[in-house]
Design a protein around this ligand. Structure first.
Ligand code: ADP
Length: 358
């Protein structure tokens, strides 16, 4: 039953890889660095068991987290290449966040996804910690700044929503009432897929969004009482709807910005896990695989290849993102990785996933 879909006219998906600094645990265990980035675009990974075996990936952007070739105070190599360039939160925002804002002003949808194993720096890149604000706060802040600088022939509406997809169920992160079974995805002829009953808050300034994000993050983490926190197994989706009404013309521009902190990509270990946990793990991996299939189909279409079917309907996440992936939308993926040898397998698998998105 293959339906012929109108083929999206998109630029290819922009892919960035970002390596985080060594964690204390990695340092303590005497981990070695297996990643080098020898230009703004190439990332090389070395097999720690077979150092001759190296694989180089080329992405749109490669972000290192330290300056040049150096060892830290414990003598651990923290950067493998003198030309690798340190990238801070502002650099990442400038390269990826600005494009999203441009699209939004033009009335196009945009999606930014963070992929990687748990602890690889997805939340750091997307949300950030303390003064090191990630892409989401920076995007929101600049959106309101830009609105403030506009002349008064326009009206603006910004709404904010935040949800979590866990085991294919949707949880509203801005509401304390947990709906058993989760919120339902509905399909509308005009709107496409949407979440029924999702809290959508109109916002007038950045401070409001900051508070909502705090609330949502709190609900997300307190909900997971397990040692194996569900937050690493769930996708978090923040959606900002931006509407511009041009009063002097009969014109409205609407854009949805989707910012997605994906579930940890690590393969679920079978040892010591109950059947339920295994099922949960494989569902998480399935939805990531499905997302990969969608993005890779879009990337093929962007390159002019014939693509007959884009499997949006195969998971909740891709249903929700359908109108913001492909079509006239901008999509970017950040692949977050650890520099350490002990993460080699997962890092390689993250780089391979990101490669498919190009
Ligand atoms: P994830 O969301 O993928 O589980 P986190 O974003 O929580 O991972 O990152 C794990 C740890 O690494 C955090 O303590 C975070 O502060 C740190 N970290 C991640 N990326 C960076 C970075 N680019 N620079 C500095 N610290 C980072």
């Amino acid at each position: 039953k293959m339906m012929k879909m109108p083929m999206p006219s998109i630029d290819s998906v922009k892919v960035a890889v970002r390596v985080r600094p060594f964690s204390q645990r990695e340092k303590n265990s005497g981990s070695k660095c297996v990643i080098s980035m020898n230009s703004r675009t190439t990332t090389t990974i070395q097999d720690p068991k077979n150092p001759e075996h190296m694989k180089t990936f080329t992405f749109d952007l490669a972000y290192w987290s330290h300056n040049g070739f150096q060892k830290d105070k414990d003598g651990v190599l923290i950067s493998a290449d003198p030309s690798s360039k340190f990238a801070g939160q502002r650099d990442v925002f400038r390269d990826l966040g600005r494009g999203i804002l441009d699209s939004a002003w033009q009335g196009y949808n945009a999606t930014l996804l963070a992929y990687g194993q748990t602890g690889s720096g997805k939340s750091y890149s997307m949300i950030g910690f303390g003064a090191n604000k990630g892409i989401i706060p920076n995007v929101c802040e600049e959106l309101f700044q830009a609105i403030g600088n506009q002349e008064r022939h326009q009206e603006y509406q910004v709404t904010f929503s935040m949800l979590e997809i866990y085991k294919e169920q949707i949880r509203d992160l801005l509401s304390r009432n947990k709906k058993p079974g989760g919120l339902k995805v509905r399909e509308d002829q005009q709107l496409g897929f949407y979440v029924e009953g999702l809290t959508t808050v109109p916002c007038e300034n950045y401070a409001q969004i900051e508070r909502l994000m705090e609330q949502g993050t709190k609900i997300r983490t307190t909900a997971s009482t397990n040692v194996n926190t569900s937050s690493s197994r769930s996708h978090m989706v923040i959606t900002i709807q931006f509407k511009q009404v041009f009063l002097d013309r009969d014109l409205t521009k609407q854009s949805s910005i989707n910012l997605v902190d994906l579930a940890g990509s690590e393969r679920q270990k079978s040892s010591g896990s109950e059947g339920d946990r295994l099922k949960e793990g494989s569902r998480v991996n399935l939805s990531l695989t499905n997302l990969g299939n969608v993005i890779s189909a879009l990337a093929d279409a962007a390159m002019g290849k014939k693509v007959l079917h884009i499997p949006y309907r195969d998971s909740v996440l891709t249903k929700l993102l359908q109108s913001a992936l492909g079509g006239n939308s901008r999509t970017a993926l950040i692949a977050a990785i650890s520099p350490a040898d002990i993460c080699y397998e997962e890092t390689l698998s993250t780089l391979r996933y990101a490669e498919r998105a190009k």
